[in-house]
Design a binder for this molecule. Structure first.
Ligand code: ARG
Length: 463
């Protein structure tokens, strides 16, 4: 006689129910209830297929269909009582279906296992997140394009080693992030295509002897095709890993941008003003306006990378096919997805609201000898000097300006001539930052004409 406390779904061979600790480590209902609607969609597709193939009678299929809709409305209405004893969303739904429709509920699991069921549910959930990420990235890219177009010719310092290097334009800097988030977008789209195969019907691991129609369920759930190997179908979590690695790379981009916003919004830089809507104050220092959203984006990256690493560790070394280890996939992906979407939305809001301070950008663009390369290039172009010599002469002029506490354009022609007698007053034309950026017209360069061409190319591509 089976103990009454044994699991009603699989307790046939059990004489006793699980220890409380066993139940606690085993249950996933605390988190996999987030896949309730995907679980019910999968069951509805499966039941309809069982009817269409004659594996189940129409009366049973109809009862299951209606019952599942009732369960769904209970879950959506918040009246569903989730049970830890029933382990996971799959058995919670089926047990409730049994309470509502009785015996036909027991026929739903024909030709199916929780192994293909959970893989299907989770894929549907992750696929929705890929779609959400696509939308969020498109919106962020659009916001960056607006910033780039407005400030295509606003000069600012470009940095290497965070030391002033050469003047660039605000638009060019914004467009660098468009390229990054554009690659993220293409990774999202690419991974979504690859993952869109249905595990449903792989059953426990070997397929089934029932004459199921896997094309039918695949189509009903919006998959391109059924997964071709049942062992792989139930043990594959590549789609979750691709989601996490795509999220990780994008989060890395977000954190680099966030870091720049933190620096740029400081009193020392004043490159941007973040809106009140995306800043916070200090409870003790009245003057403070803190870039908390940027800081949190910078930090949230850690948990996204962590989720990617954690799931890689779960999957490495697992023999085929399903192992319960794989239940650990969901919390990582849920948390990473929530925080990725939040970080994308917060960055989107900050970019839309932020104001670039043109005067501060321009003032900084001209300091730090940012046009030294332009001077060296002039010596090569006009005087025909070898670049190495030009570099050396320019270096001497930079040292001279530094000693005098001035910038390169502030040196007199006489002082310039002391470094090389051939220098003429024409040289001052290239020492201005506006001319410097305007001259960088090579493809992908910082010249406003190039920036606007890239803005147009992206708008065209996204339309
Ligand atoms: N809750 C399980 C999971 O998330 C469902 C699959 C359980 N399968 C099994 N054979 N115990 O992975």
């Amino acid at each position: 006689m089976t103990d009454k406390s044994a699991n009603t779904m699989w307790g046939g061979r059990f004489a006793a129910g699980p220890d409380a600790i066993m139940e606690a480590i085993n249950a996933s209902i605390g988190f996999d209830q987030r896949m309730a609607s995907q679980d019910i969609a999968g069951s509805r597709a499966h039941a309809a297929m069982l009817g269409a193939t004659g594996i189940l009678g129409n009366k049973d299929v109809e009862a299951i269909r209606e019952g599942l809709l009732t369960v769904l409305s209970e879950i959506e209405g918040g009246t569903f009582a989730f049970s830890t004893a029933l382990e996971d969303i799959h058995m919670n739904v089926e047990a409730r279906l049994k309470e509502i429709i009785g015996e036909p509920a027991g026929r739903l699991h024909t030709g199916r296992s929780r192994n293909d069921q959970v893989a299907t549910d989770f894929k549907l959930w992750v696929r929705d997140q890929f779609d959400a990420a696509e939308g969020a990235l498109l919106s962020l890219i659009a916001a960056l394009l607006d910033q780039a177009e407005a400030g295509a010719d606003w000069v600012m310092p470009g940095f290497t080693h965070l030391q002033t290097a050469q003047p660039v334009t605000w638009g060019h800097h914004m467009m660098a992030y468009v390229e990054m988030f554009g690659r993220d977008l293409s990774r999202v789209r690419d991974a979504r295509v690859r993952m869109n195969e249905s595990p449903l019907g792989a059953a426990a691991l070997a397929g089934t002897s029932f004459p199921i129609d896997r094309d039918m369920t695949a189509q009903a759930l919006g998959f391109e095709r059924p997964a071709a190997n049942s062992l792989d179908a139930v043990s594959d979590r590549d789609f979750a890993l691709e989601f996490l690695s795509t999220a990780s790379i994008c989060a890395m981009h977000l954190s680099r941008f966030a870091e720049e916003l933190v620096i740029w919004s400081s009193a020392q830089f004043r490159f941007v003003t973040l809106s009140d809507r995306f800043s916070t104050g200090s409870s003790i220092m009245p003057q403070k306006k803190n870039p908390d959203a940027a800081e949190l984006i910078r930090a949230k990256v850690g948990r996204i990378f962590g989720a990617n690493t954690a799931l890689m560790m779960v999957m490495k070394g697992l023999p085929l096919a399903y192992s319960k280890d794989m239940q650990e996939d969901k919390e990582q992906v849920f948390d990473a997805a929530d925080n990725w979407m939040l970080a994308l939305a917060a960055m989107d809001g900050m970019v839309r609201d932020m104001t670039a301070n043109r005067e501060s950008l321009a003032a900084a663009a001209g300091s730090g000898f940012s046009t030294a390369t332009d001077l060296a290039d002039w010596l090569v172009r006009v005087l025909g000097l070898p670049f190495r010599d030009a570099h050396h002469i320019t270096g001497a002029l930079v040292a001279m300006a530094e000693t005098q506490g001035c910038d390169l354009p502030d040196l007199t022609l006489e002082q310039m001539k002391s470094a090389h007698s051939g220098i003429t007053s024409d040289v001052f034309d290239v020492l201005g930052v506006e001319n410097s950026v305007a001259s960088r017209t090579s493809y992908g360069g910082t010249a406003p004409t190039q920036v606007l061409a890239q803005v147009a190319r992206w708008k065209e591509m996204l339309s």
